[in-house]
Design a protein around this ligand. Structure first.
Ligand code: SF4
Ligand code: SF4
Ligand code: SF4
Length: 346
């Protein structure tokens, strides 16, 4: 353990821990765009700068390890001014269109601008970038004009998804995130998992046809496969308008393309809401009671004529473990057949 002081408060911190993590453990959240505990620290966005007594320069909290006797100031005048300057530089080439931006209300650049604008200086001019938006991917788009080049998306793709589809290209005012040696995202080796989209702190990587503002979050389990990834479905006026991964031991804050983008079946107009029974060659809507009675009478007929072993049950990876357990129990104990499988092997 090392003994340090943060904002004049004595703290015992574990050796080898970063200032960022120690601050978090005592309830001080340092502002940041690029930090993610699942990734190697990069110190790129520099918003988590802190002042350390005796040090000439400000240090980045996410990449500086605590040392015995350190005296750290997280909100000194110098620190607040440095963060405000960084924000002003970011905004200097950013389009000023928060009111119409899909990320309004959930954007870190907007949030920090509101927090630090008291320290803004007047000598920064706004010259928004005018780069082409890449809409080639079927599920998300990339707007380089709103990108603050924090590289979180690149690191997630490389370190967590292990695809390495994207990288910063070009220099200076025209730097953008793009696929390696390809013009468009859709021509690259991107697998459309959307994990880069989930971590983007601003409106640069955005799911198509999504909404963020005034949405309600509901934690649930992805219904596509047996991994059971935890997701937060974003809903608005009774519609599902987005899906975000939950960071827990099951999926570590990651999703695949289905969990991230495949939620539109929920509100799709073709989705069946009532059971259908085929009568005289035509499918007709029925009540659940009618449908169950019909299924049971068919089961009884087949069982009577051919025996229980003639029947098989096919369940679904979209069901929970508990539902699948009940299903196999019903097949074995009620129907009397061991022929049970589910759609993973269809
Ligand atoms: S990305 Fe953020 S700061 Fe930029 S326009 Fe959208 S809401 Fe505003
Ligand atoms: S969608 Fe997935 S594979 Fe494609 S760039 Fe983003 S993280 Fe990489
Ligand atoms: S697209 Fe988003 S996550 Fe990637 S560098 Fe730009 S701002 Fe950061």
């Amino acid at each position: 353990m090392v003994n340090i002081k943060i904002n004049n408060k004595e703290v015992k911190a574990e050796k080898g821990t970063t200032i960022f993590k120690v601050c978090k453990s005592i309830g001080i959240e340092l502002p940041n765009f690029c930090n993610d505990e699942r990734l190697n620290p990069s110190g790129l966005c520099r918003m988590c700068l802190v002042e350390i007594e005796g040090s000439r320069n400000l240090e980045v909290g996410c990449a500086t390890i605590v040392r015995e006797g350190m005296r750290i100031y997280t909100h000194s005048k110098k620190v607040l001014q440095a963060r405000a300057d960084i924000l002003q530089l970011m905004i200097s080439d950013h389009p000023l269109e928060c009111t119409t931006c899909v990320r309004t209300g959930t954007c870190k650049l907007q949030e920090y601008t509101n927090l630090y604008s008291n320290h803004f200086k007047s000598d920064y001019e706004n010259q928004p970038k005018k780069l082409d938006i890449d809409e080639s991917n079927p599920f998300y788009y990339y707007d380089p004009n709103k990108c603050i080049l924090c590289k979180k998306c690149v690191r997630v793709c490389e370190e967590l998804q292990e695809v390495g589809a994207i990288s910063p290209v070009d220099r200076g005012h025209t730097t953008e995130i793009a696929p390696f040696f390809k013009d468009k995202l859709n021509d690259s080796n991107c697998v459309s998992c959307g994990n880069c989209v989930s971590v983007c702190p601003v409106g640069a990587l955005v799911p198509k046809n999504s909404e963020f503002h005034n949405t309600k979050k509901t934690k649930t389990t992805c219904s596509y496969c047996g991994v059971g990834c935890q997701i937060e479905l974003l809903t608005k006026e009774g519609r599902v308008v987005g899906s975000q991964p939950v960071d827990n031991e099951v999926n570590d804050g990651l999703l695949c393309v289905k969990g991230k983008f495949g939620y539109k079946f929920i509100n799709h107009e073709d989705r069946l809401k009532k059971p259908l029974i085929r009568r005289n060659g035509e499918l007709e809507e029925s009540t659940w009671e009618e449908a169950y009675d019909y299924i049971k009478s068919k089961y009884d007929d087949i069982k009577h004529e051919y025996g229980s072993e003639s029947m098989a049950g096919l369940s679904s990876a979209r069901c929970t473990n508990e539902e699948n357990y009940l299903f196999q129990k019903m097949m074995r104990a009620v129907i009397g057949s061991n022929h049970v499988d589910h759609c993973a092997r269809l």
